[in-house]
Every structure is written in structure tokens, then in C-alpha cells.
Ligand binder design. Sequence first.
Ligand code: ADE
Length: 248
Amino acid sequence: MRLDVVTIFPEYLEPLNLSLVGKARARGQLDVRVHDLRKFTHDRHNTVDDTPYGGGPGMVMKPEPWGEALDGIIASGEAGERPTLVVPTPSGRPFTQQLAVELSGKPWLVFTPARYEGIDRRVIEEYGERFDVREVSIGDYVLAGGEAPVLVMVEAVARLLPGVLGNAASHQDDSFAPGRMESLLEGPVYTKPPEWRGRSIPEVLLSGHHGKIARWRRDEAFRRTAANRPDLIEGCDPAALDKHDRRI
Ligand code: ADE
């Protein structure tokens, strides 16, 4: 998968050299290219923003540097290759595990993290006419810019790519994984030693009885979901849970 990120803070994306994403890059599974938006300006101060038409607080990112940067990136693709543009914005559609799965199936993603009050709307319109453009929010809060959301989204997408996680089965149990645990959060996990500061692990986990362990995990997942995300229980289909139980 190819990923391009256009930003005025290229250093903000340095964590993409670390851990899972860094290793995927080193193995050639991910081709990540970070571009400095200011390189596509032509004035002495490398201006990327201006005051909003109609007045109001804050600044708006000018369309010209974005247009130049995106045209160059798009032209650098193989003939016929078309990227999906991901525009982080608190006004976007929610970023969910389902969207992460969908994006992980695309060959090429271009992220456009903005600062200030956002990017001049005409940029979204211009590329939206020719490309698949997704305006995406990572949650109902406002950050100072889209770079942290890009780190979040890239990590969520990269771990779904074939061969990136050591154990391919491990994301089937993820909280929010489409299909498997329906909409339950994952329950608690334990490792050695069996006793720590007088606290032992739940006995069922030592029983070796896979059916009982799976049922216990389901119950714990349900308990945690009811406590932390009652909204998810409402969307839970009891028939799907029963079907899951019968597979145990
Ligand atoms: N930029 C600022 N806040 C954001 C959010 N919650 N999601 C995506 N991009 C953002």
C-alpha cells in the first residue's frame, strides 16, 4: 500500500518510522511519503493560510499550495492508479473499524491534515469530482490539526494489511471487528505469573476447557460493553451472539 501525507509539520509524522508501521515500511509492505506543504508555496514567507471570507476568527488554508501538492502526488502514480483522499476534519464522517477495514483494501491513500480552521472548500470540491474523497473525524473533539488523526488512522489501517501483524487471527477478536464479536468490546486479559500481589487470575483460564473459556470471554466482553458503551449493547443482535455461542 502507498500512503502520502501532505502537512506543514512533516516532523509530526516521524512516529510512522516506529513500531508496527515502521516495520511494515522496512519490509516494503508500506510505501509512506511525507510532503511539506510549504514547498508548494512561492512567496518569501511560504504562506499557507489567509483570513476567511465573510470574516470570523482564525485562518483558512489557501487552495493553491494544496492544489500543487496534490497534482504532483497524483501525477507521480503509476498510469491509471487513483488514490483515495482522506481529509481529517472534526466535521467529517466518524472513523470506525469498518472504515479502517475498507481503507485497508485500497492500494493508495493520500492524507491531507489541515491546521487552522481547515482547507478552502474548493480543494475538496475540485478533487471530489475526480477522486474518492473521504472527510473523516476521529472523534467528537477538536484537535489543533489533522496530523494526530493521520497517525491514528494509519496505525488502524496498517495493522489490518496482510502480513503486518504477526498473528492474522488477532484482529478478528478486536473490539469493533466487523462480524466476529458483533459490537462487543474486548474483555480483560492476563499473563504470567498466575499470582501477583495476592491477586490470582480467573480460574477458568487455567481449566484448559476451550468452550468454557470462550463463554467466559464473551460474558466479560458483554459486562465491559454494558459498563463502558451501553450504546453498543443497544445495537447488538442477540441472534448473532447466540450463533457465536453455538460455534464455541
Ligand atoms: N482535526 C481536528 N480535530 C479533528 C478530529 N476530531 N478528527 C479529525 N481531524 C481533526
